[in-house]
Design a protein around this ligand. Sequence first.
Ligand code: ADP
Length: 401
Amino acid sequence: MKPLIETENLTYTYPNGPAALAGVNLRIEAGSKTAIVGPNGAGKSTLLLMFNGMLRPDSGEIRFSGRPIAYDNRSLRDLRRRVGFVFQNPDVQIIAPTVEADVAFGPLNLGLPPDAVRKAVRDALGYVGLQGYEKRPPHHLSGGEKKRVAIAGILAMEPDVLVFDEPTNTLDPASAEEVMELLDELATSGRTVLISTHDVELAYRWADSVILMERGRILARGPPGEVFSDSRLLAAARLKPPALLDLYNELGLRGIIDPDAPPKSVLEFTDRIERMIHGRAVTGALTGRVYLCDVERVCGDELRGFIESGAVEHVGAMGTRAKEFAGHERIYPDYTYGVIDRCILKALIGENSLIITSGGMVEHVKKRIGEYSAESGQTIAVIPLGRGKGHPGATGGEIPS
Ligand code: ADP
């Protein structure tokens, strides 16, 4: 497959500054979730700024969709529409006096007619869960909300690639989780998402490909489990391994587990330990169910009634649209991140959960749980909730194992 973005021997030195990039070669595949990981000063931001032409390399070449980036105004405008850049600090990005005006800025600049601008703003604010914020002054919003305004401003231009410089750096843990979930949603909808971070935990659980940087060079690239298992490389980059991987590697070194492939999640790891203890996966145990609610198909009263009936012990909300729906309907989710895995973990101990979500994430949940059932041999029923005949589960059918 041809990479979407490719760089060859990029170098860059700031005026009166150090060599920020010292020969960078990389490839970013279309549809991938890539994290550029390195300590402060490694050159991550400098590299990202090259991808939409905000910085121009001193030497080397960047290719987008196979063609070298050109730096005339027209080419740059086109590139910046296709490669959206979200700055670390949203205050740098937000320029207009209201949320609506800020998000409209990009589409207006693209010369879209007023109706199309209005639609782009409405869709983008809906996507990040900020409907109703149109007239609010951005500088009165919380850090997490500002970040979402900045993301909406980029989404309104419908880019193919989204580049996030340190997306969670200034956010509290809950806002950081919301932003990472939004990034997951964007990737699920087929966009290429690229982030820079010094947070190895975040990169390990989120990315499908990691590029390790230090002193303007790429030290390693590959799947997170592989790159973060190399302690020598991590030490060279002044980073520590992710806790889950560290534990897995230590247990492997002591001969307690058989190291084959590093676990990506707590679910995967506990499954493997269980298989090891019992010599196999414990199948046949009564698994709990996962009810699946698409917010477009179920009304709040029905859903609240369903939860209050005690049919489920746990409730998770995936995606900004679902969280907003839950908030509006006074439904308080137990899980707002890593929802699918957590509900699978609960199903494995016989407890029922409800996942509230929307759009493409509905199929994603079914697929993920279906795959888990097939791989583990433990069938977990996914029951879509639907409108009609009395209660929300009435039109649902179980996914066959
Ligand atoms: P990271 O994003 O990994 O923290 P940066 O790309 O911001 O790294 O920085 C790479 C190097 O370039 C660092 O040594 C930093 O001090 C330097 N640098 C970054 N921005 C500037 C600037 N505007 N002027 C001069 N030096 C800079």
